[in-house]
Design a protein around this ligand. Structure first.
Ligand SMILES: NC(=O)c1ccc[n+]([C@@H]2O[C@H](COP(=O)([O-])OP(=O)(O)OC[C@H]3O[C@@H](n4cnc5c(N)ncnc54)[C@H](OP(=O)(O)O)[C@@H]3O)[C@@H](O)[C@H]2O)c1
Length: 291
């Protein structure tokens, strides 16, 4: 307790709740971002805020000063290079732990996907660094469901058949905090599976039932049409999202969460509970503004 932890990627979807939860748990949390204004707007005291780029070893060295640990939650097409700069900067420090967000489909068989290759390289470098590590492999997050909603329409990508253990960000954040409290979490790779297995379509139906009751039927849009829409609208984020969902549907969920659940406590937040909390927090009428 009282350890200082640097969080790289705290302005991101996954990194934000982890930084918040570490702070609530009594750790001193330093957050690093390439965008100083953005990170200062998001993180007030007691957070320590530093501007810096993980691709720049000098920036990471400065950010790591007096830190005992670093949590890496970066989305970047040179993610492995970012991790290697973090490890380089850590060489001269007495770093006691590195935690890293990988992914549930990360394995040799899926290495053909550049993202998986980058994550495997990052994991390999972390394991070889000699620093105690905890690697998390989460999959589908409940929070991602909002990204399929555009105006009064919910996009169903193709015909989803695979089942995924949807997890809430709060459960991941709790597990990361727990990993810093438990010595037995050192040098482990943890699969993060939520409590129930659902197809994306089943999850979307439940989402609509609670948060968008005006949408009664969900129609599937074929991938070729989605790709066409993304190309015509030059929507890069949509293009990336389509390719990611199509990849996930192709390869399916991996891993056994038994060890993670035994050491860190299993994720408990069901989609139903998460939806009820969203409904109370925002009120379905105002949800459009919050998305
Ligand atoms: N989203 C999911 O559903 C999901 C599921 C499983 C695994 N993951 C993995 O979780 C990680 C985080 O994903 P996310 O969805 O939270 O991403 P995100 O919302 O896009 O956030 C990405 C974060 O990376 C930081 N970043 C990127 N390049 C950086 C650099 N050069 N130096 C410093 N910071 C940099 C960004 O910080 P600034 O822009 O502020 O610098 C931002 O905070 C990724 O590795 C992703 O593959 C995500």
């Amino acid at each position: 307790m009282g350890q200082r932890i640097l969080v790289i990627g705290a302005t991101g979807l996954l990194g934000g709740p982890v930084a918040d939860r570490l702070c609530e748990a009594g750790f001193t949390v330093r957050v690093m971002s390439r965008d100083a204004l953005r990170v200062r707007a998001r993180f007030a005291e007691p957070f320590e805020v530093v501007a810096g780029d993980a691709l720049n070893v000098g920036d990471v060295e400065k950010a790591l000063a007096d830190c005992e640990a670093v949590h890496v939650s970066i989305d970047h097409d040179q993610e492995d290079e970012c991790v290697s700069q973090v490890l380089e900067a850590a060489r001269t420090r007495e770093l006691r732990r590195i935690s890293y967000i990988s992914g549930v489909t990360v394995c040799e068989e899926n290495r053909w996907l550049p993202l998986v290759d980058r994550k495997l390289r990052s994991e390999e470098a972390i394991r070889a660094s000699g620093i105690d590590y905890t690697i998390f492999r989460p999959g589908w997050f409940m929070e991602m469901l909002a990204r399929f909603v555009h105006g009064d329409r919910v996009f169903v990508f193709g015909k989803p058949k695979r089942r995924w253990h949807f997890v809430a960000l709060q459960d991941l954040a709790r597990m990361v905090v727990e990993s810093y409290r438990r010595p037995e979490a050192a040098n482990k790779v943890f699969y993060v599976h939520g409590p129930e297995a659902l197809t994306v379509l089943e999850a979307q139906r439940r989402y609509c039932r609670v948060l968008l009751p005006e949408i009664r039927t969900l129609r599937s849009t074929p991938y070729w049409m989605l790709r066409l829409i993304a190309r015509l609208t030059r929507n890069r984020r949509m293009q990336n999202g389509i390719e990611m969902v199509s990849y996930l549907e192709k390869v399916g969920e991996r891993g056994d969460p038994t060890e993670a659940n035994a050491i860190l406590g299993a994720p408990e937040i069901t989609l139903e509970r998460w939806l009820q909390a969203q409904s109370r927090r925002v009120g379905s009428r105002h949800l459009g503004e919050a998305r």
